[in-house]
Design a protein around this ligand. Sequence first.
Ligand code: ZN
Length: 477
Amino acid sequence: MPAKVTPRSVDYSRWYTDVVQMADLADYAPVRGCMVIKPYGYALWENIKEGLDRRFKATGHVNAYFPLFIPLSFIQKEAEHVKGFSPELAIVTIGGGEQLEEPLVVRPTSETIIGHMYAKWVQSYRDLPILINQWANVVRWEMRTRLFLRTTEFLWQEGHTAHATAEEALEETLRILDIYAEFAIEDAAIPVIKGRKSESERFAGAVTSYTIEAMMGDKRALQAGTSHFLGQNFARAFDIKFLDQNNELQYAWTTSWGVSTRMVGAVVMVHGDDQGLILPPKLAPIQVVVVPIWRDEEQRTAVMEAVGRVRQALEPEVRLKVDDREGLSPGWKFNDWEMRGVPLRIEVGPQDVAQEQVVLARRDRPGKEGKTSVPMAGLTDAVREMLMTVQADLYRRALAFREANTFYPEDFEGLREAVANGFAYAWWCGDAACEAKVKEETTATIRCIPLEQEPGTGRCVVCGRESRERAVFARAY
Ligand SMILES: [Zn+2]
């Protein structure tokens, strides 16, 4: 039998690390804070990339690439930005054996260097908007490593756009937030709350930060993507100016937005169980695994002939793997693919061959309940339909879990209890002091102020003052 993961009820954080390593997604690197993304984990990331990249391009964005090194003086140009990022910077002072005239920062994010370039590229309103995305790695110094969730170097996409008006830039910021939410819901089967960050939680240098927040299997929140309206802050710092239609010089309005390899961690924590990973079919590197079952040579010949027909039927339709490894029992293989979260398994045994059928077993419903016999004729349709059902059921299950662990406390004691058990939707007056008190006494933070608000007012859950909005409080990754 393959090794087993630590059960979630025993130690959730151990469970997570076990799954990531035993499902072959990633491993620790010799450099503290870094990780190695293994081929299976990288294939998952590639599917995430593809789902996002397709949506970016469909909304007019193009990809480009900017340098890894940024002059230190660039980072210092925007006051809030430097304050926010200074503690996390990796700085190169020696190159080619020589002390550098100006130290270079290894990019923690690219607003500054891209702002510098946009200042060169933008002269007139005709040069706007610029809608550029880059797929890249960034470095933010971390002392603790949590594979995919917190690493010194991580992969992401960062979009950077420049516009002629505030309205357009704000529209872009929210369009991207919608794309992130759509990707999370439709591809990753992860329900998310779209909202605005409080001032204390917003991106360093932004006017307003928007986020999608998801509930993990341990009821903590994970920020799964952010989209920032930067106003004219970076345009002023980097001199991104243009002549408008009236021939007047104006500063541009910019945005930036990102989703990172954290999304892999979210997929693991939202869907996984004590057998290991469970992948939503749309993102799974292998959607269907075929396990042949036989005892002697005669059975083997018949079974492998049927497996060949299954392969022929399904290979053009789904990402398929036939597990014909020698010397491993079918049961061992079942466990192995369950650990890796393959959404659907097809079992082909001698009895199935005799009856011109196969057995489909769903990863999200282990045991008898998730097994059905399907005739060989019509297998392709049955598999396609089953994958869609699994995708939809994973989303429904995650949403039901979040709803069952979401509370609406009216006072501070209620809030304290709520954030110990999940998400708290609570009235908040907007005062940073109330926010700070919650963090100090419960470790929970405001994850977002949801864009969708029920009408009406209520009393701030901390100070009792009249409040116009509810915020989502939760402990977070
Ligand atoms: Zn208050």
